[in-house]
Design a protein around this ligand. Structure first.
Ligand SMILES: O=P(O)(O)OC[C@H]1O[C@H](O[C@H]2O[C@H](CO)[C@@H](O)[C@H](O)[C@H]2O)[C@H](O)[C@@H](O)[C@@H]1O
Length: 251
C-alpha cells in the first residue's frame, strides 16, 4: 500500500487534487507496465475501476496523454471511456464519446511507411507501428538494430523539415514537427472540464518532459517514474489511494 511516507516528494492531498486539480496521465511506463511489443501490454481491471471513480470524483478533469494513436489507446482501456490526448497532442477527444479533434499537420507519405514496414519485416525483432500522422520502428526485441533503424528513418525524412525523428523508449518515431506533450497539456487545459484547475502530469519518458514543463508553467506540477514513483504499480496504488482518501480510508 502507498502511504505518504513512501512517496518521495510531496504530492497534493487527495481532497486538494480531486477538488482543484486536473490529472494528466501518460500511459506506457506510467499507468501500465512496459511490454516487449506495443500490442502485448496489459491494462489491469482495477486500474479501469479506479480511473472511472476518479473521473467521476473530479468532474471529468482526468485525461490520458499518450503517444499512442487514439483508436489504439481507446481500445486498450475499453469499455472505459476517458478524455484522451493522443499521438503526442496531435488529436484530442476531451469529452468521452464526444468529437475527436485533430490538429492540421502533415501526414507521413505512404512510401516512407512501406519502406519502414519492409525493413521491419526483413529484420527479426523490429516492430513497425502505424499511426495516422506518422509511424514507429520499435527495436526493444532487437537492440542491436536500433542504429540501423534510425539511419533508415533519417534517410527517409532527410528532404523534409516538417518531420522529425523522436527518440522514444527503445523506438524511433517519425512524427510531424510542432506536436509534443506540451501542446497536448496546453490544449486539454483549455477545455471546459479542465480550465481553472491545476494540472498534475505524471510521466516516465523523455517525451513526457514537455508535458511536465507545460504543467509547471501553468502553475501545476509534474511527477516522474521512477524518480517520484518507483514503477507503474506505485502510480496505480497512489491513484487507488486518492479514492480511498476521499472516502476517508487512506492514511
Ligand atoms: O506516451 P505513452 O503513453 O508513454 O506512449 C509512448 C509509446 O508507447 C508505446 O511504445 C512503448 O511501449 C511499448 C509497450 O510497452 C514498448 O513495447 C515500446 O518499446 C515502447 O516504446 C507505443 O507503442 C507508442 O506508440 C507510444 O508512442
Amino acid at each position: 500500500m502507498v502511504t505518504r511516507s513512501n512517496i518521495p516528494r510531496a504530492l497534493p492531498s487527495p481532497r486538494e487534487l480531486i477538488t482543484r486539480g486536473a490529472l494528466l496521465l501518460d500511459v506506457d511506463g506510467t499507468l501500465i507496465n512496459l511490454a516487449p511489443r506495443p500490442d502485448e501490454v496489459i491494462v489491469p481491471g482495477s486500474l479501469r475501476i479506479d480511473l472511472e471513480g476518479l473521473l467521476g470524483a473530479m468532474d471529468g478533469a482526468l485525461a490520458l496523454v499518450t503517444g499512442r494513436a487514439l483508436a489504439d489507446v481507446e481500445d486498450l482501456f475499453a469499455p472505459l471511456r476517458l478524455p484522451v490526448v493522443a499521438e503526442h497532442g496531435a488529436v484530442m477527444r476531451a469529452e468521452p464519446g464526444g468529437e475527436a479533434r485533430r490538429l492540421t499537420l502533415p501526414v507521413a507519405p505512404e512510401e516512407w511507411r512501406r519502406t519502414a514496414l519492409g525493413f521491419a519485416t526483413q529484420h527479426d525483432g523490429l516492430v513497425f507501428e502505424e499511426k495516422p500522422a506518422g509511424f514507429v520502428l520499435h527495436y526493444r526485441l532487437a537492440p542491436d538494430l536500433g542504429e540501423a533503424a534510425f539511419d533508415l528513418l533519417a534517410g527517409l525524412i532527410s528532404t523534409r523539415n516538417d518531420f522529425e525523428i523522436l527518440r522514444a523508449s527503445m523506438a524511433w518515431e517519425v512524427r510531424p514537427r510542432g506536436v509534443h506533450k506540451g501542446v497536448a497539456v496546453r490544449n486539454i487545459m483549455q477545455e471546459p472540464r479542465f480550465a481553472g484547475r491545476v494540472p498534475v502530469f505524471i510521466g516516465d519518458d523523455v517525451t513526457d518532459e514537455d508535458g511536465i514543463a507545460a504543467a509547471e508553467e501553468l502553475g501545476g506540477a509534474g511527477y516522474r517514474v521512477p524518480d517520484d514513483f518507483p514503477a507503474p504499480e506505485a502510480v496505480r496504488a497512489w491513484l487507488a489511494s486518492l479514492l480511498e482518501g476521499l472516502h476517508g480510508t487512506a492514511p
